[in-house]
Design a protein around this ligand. Structure first.
Ligand SMILES: Cc1ncc(C[n+]2csc(CCOP(=O)(O)OP(=O)(O)O)c2C)c(N)n1
Length: 693
């Protein structure tokens, strides 16, 4: 659609501190890309999803050009291409990614409008997500990492760095927005929230997202937050407000929320015909188009008519050349689509991860060198964390109550005292905030170890967990966010639906996460150390019943002890049946196997899991029983049973059996709990059934 704006009257020349010729070029380039997609590439079905940035473009570019510190980072959303252009992305990447072509942001894996840019020359764009609001907490993690680099690692290059997040007016209703706002303001972080208020979230007016429709007005009394608000279509005003907001954050006066009103000059996406807007309203939006305003501001005050036209022509020629380069790229080899779920040897991500940031982990051994008395799992985990905190200044721990209290399970007791509140600290009560912040910190080259207080409370963080796991794959290994997410769970004396579930299978179902389920202190040390020195995100499941369990106590296996993931342990040898289990069920299976020639296999990790060890054992014993605490339907046992049926069917003398919790939440009363969780007696009875089959 052509601009309905009449040529506005010439205005005062804008602040020469901005590179207006560059602003003009980038706005025109963004327009040329939008027009090319709308008029050619979408109708030709070469671009499947198109989100026009018309109207949002000028203010984004003014802001993007202010990201001058190489340690600045920005995270946007699907309408953020103009900001990416201002950071200097290759235009063929910008267009080719929208076309799903090889190379670019994701090698055709992710929806093209969802950008990422590990910028070797300046500020980077953190991997964006499709979920509205998902960008906030990782960005606040970057902001906190800036402070960590300054204060703990004493890196002066971060002194005036900032984190910038972009969101629409709809996104201010998301959990992520409030989680990040709380973190940024309570911690006084160098974080700039930029809200591009176009009045709509698809078709829903902004008054549905915040009362009265103006988030800046509603946050006026929020402590520790600078509010800057105005018109994002007036070049002079927008530039002044951008400078005011950026200046506030760079001066380390705390976070700032910049809200600029902008028109959304096209539908939400190409498919959206905007029938929910009246024609008069659409026309009023076009009258606010920042492009003609920019032109009348710059011509003739700063640029001649001819110069403007030259800029326009260069922008459309560059867009055309980029299209040609993008189309020449072809499509990625389909065989490569399974790569980069996890770190691959010799192919580190371009950005993210502590070891990637210039350190190499010291050598480890899988040979335990037991020392001293047996210790419980709590002490074993704490000692491992203590050692790795000492060894690697990029390791940091955080979660609810893990600071002065030492955690509700006492795992982090004394660590804040020893390492200080910058490295071991309490967080606000937001699991999305905890995990999302860890993502941003990992991207900034740290090794975060966030704690979720109880398994069930990981659920508010599900979106961040999923986005973290898929990051390496969806950015084609341009970014990864390795971390160790400690999650205590399972029953402990009693059960209940909130603190006691395991549901470990849900984590296995998140691509990109490794999952450790140690049953004892020695394995906990080995798996935790491997996770802390690894290059992938790891769920470290700490079973509550095993934390202080007598059976789980082992001698500390040494400061270099690390276990490979995907290597099960035969904890009891036998010839007549294989029992596959993990976590708190291991000692029960061992006890149940007494008097029988039964092999007990502790898987130790579920992603990856040691299928080869299981198959080898089952082929020998010809019987397979899987025991787990999680519920039966679609529990991880179903995966094992399917693999055994698939690959060892002809070797079996009995059906593959599972003993699990029934499909119920964990019951509270110990008598009820005993009926639900597999007991030694029931496991033994099942073993005997199978042996008699
Ligand atoms: C968590 C989530 N819910 C719903 C959607 C579908 N959706 C995509 S964009 C959008 C509206 C967002 O509006 P706003 O934040 O104002 O940004 P704008 O598109 O106006 O720039 C919705 C509901 C989504 N992507 N993510």
């Amino acid at each position: 659609m052509a601009s309905a704006a009449a040529s506005p009257a010439p205005r005062n020349p804008p602040d020469p501190a901005h590179d207006w010729a560059r602003v003009a070029y980038l706005v025109n380039l963004s327009r040329a890309l939008d027009a090319m997609e709308e008029q050619r590439l979408v109708p030709e079905k070469k671009v499947l999803y198109q989100f026009s940035a018309r109207g949002h473009d000028m203010a984004q570019i003014l802001l993007g050009l202010r990201l001058e510190n190489p340690n600045d980072a920005a995270c946007g959303y699907y309408r953020s291409r103009p900001m990416l252009l201002s950071l200097g992305v290759d235009v063929a990447d910008a267009l080719g990614s929208a076309m799903g072509r090889a190379g670019g942001y994701s090698d055709g894996r992710d929806i093209g409008v969802v950008f990422n840019y590990p910028n070797p020359h300046g500020a980077s764009a953190l991997p964006m997500c499709g979920g509205v609001g998902a960008q906030y907490t990782p960005t606040v993690g970057w902001a906190q990492a800036i402070e960590y680099h300054r204060e703990v690692l004493k890196d002066a290059a971060y002194d005036d760095a900032l984190a910038l997040v972009l969101g629409g007016d709809g996104s201010v209703a998301s959990n992520g927005f409030w989680a990040a706002l709380t973190i940024a303001t309570t911690q006084k972080l160098p974080m700039l929230f930029y809200i591009e208020d176009n009045g709509y979230g698809i078709s829903v007016p902004s008054a549905f997202q915040t009362p009265g429709g103006n988030i800046a007005a509603n946050l006026a009394s929020w402590q520790g937050l600078e509010i800057v608000s105005g018109d994002g279509t007036e070049p002079g005003e927008a530039a002044r407000l951008v400078d005011q907001a950026v200046g506030h954050v760079r001066a380390r006066k705390g976070p700032c929320l910049l809200r600029l009103t902008v028109p959304r000059l096209q539908g939400h996406s190409f498919q959206d015909t905007q029938t929910y807007k009246s024609p008069a309203f659409v026309e009023s939006e076009w009258r606010r188009d920042p492009l003609p305003k920019l032109r009348s501001c710059l011509v003739p005050a700063l640029l001649s008519e001819k110069e403007w036209e030259k800029i326009e022509a260069r922008a459309s020629a560059d867009a055309e050349a980029a299209r040609e380069r993008a189309e020449a790229r072809g499509v990625a080899d389909p065989e490569t689509v399974t790569r980069h779920v996890f770190a691959e040897p010799g192919e580190p991500q371009a950005m993210g991860g502590a070891w990637n940031a210039g350190r190499t982990p010291p050598p480890t051994t899988a040979e335990p060198r037991p020392e001293g008395q047996r210790i419980n799992m709590v002490t074993a985990i704490r000692r491992t964390l203590d050692h790795e905190l000492t060894l690697n200044p990029r390791v940091l721990l955080f979660g609810e109550d893990i600071g002065p209290k030492g955690g509700v399970h006492a795992v982090t007791l004394g660590l804040q005292e020893k390492f200080g509140a910058a490295r071991v600290f309490d967080t606000s009560l937001s699991e999305e905030g905890i995990v999302g912040r860890a993502v941003g910190m990992a991207l900034a080259g740290l090794m975060p170890v966030p704690e979720i207080q109880f398994r069930k409370y990981a659920e508010p963080a599900t979106e961040q967990i999923n986005d973290c796991g898929t990051m390496r794959w969806r950015t084609n290994s341009r970014f990864a966010a390795p971390m160790v997410l400690r999650v205590p769970g399972g029953f402990f004396k009693c059960g209940d639906p909130w603190h006691s579930q395991t549901n470990e299978v849900a984590f296995v179902h998140q691509p990109g996460w490794k999952v450790a389920v140690p049953s004892n202190a020695e394995d906990a040390v080995g798996l935790l150390r491997a996770a802390l020195r690894g290059n992938d995100p790891v769920i470290f499941f700490e079973h509550r019943a095993m934390l202080d369990d007598g059976w789980a106590r082992r001698a500390y296996p040494g400061d270099d002890y690390a276990l490979p993931f995907g290597k099960a342990k035969v904890t009891r040898a036998g010839d007549d049946i294989s029992i596959i289990t993990w976590g708190a069920m291991v000692p029960r299976c061992e006890a149940a196997a007494e008097g029988r020639s039964a092999e007990v296999i502790d898987l130790r990790t579920l992603m990856p899991w040691d299928k080869e060890a299981v198959l080898a054992s089952v082929r020998r014993t010809r019987r397979c029983l899987i025991v787990h605490e999680d519920i039966k339907t679609a529990g991880f046992g179903a995966e094992i049973a399917a693999a055994v049926a698939d690959e060892a069917f002809m070797d079996l003398d009995a059906p593959v059996a599972r003993l699990t919790m029934p499909d119920i939440p964990s019951p509270h009363n110990p008598v009820l709990l005993d009926r639900a969780v597999p007991s030694v007696e029931r496991i033994r009875a099942k073993i005997d059934d199978l042996l008699a089959f």
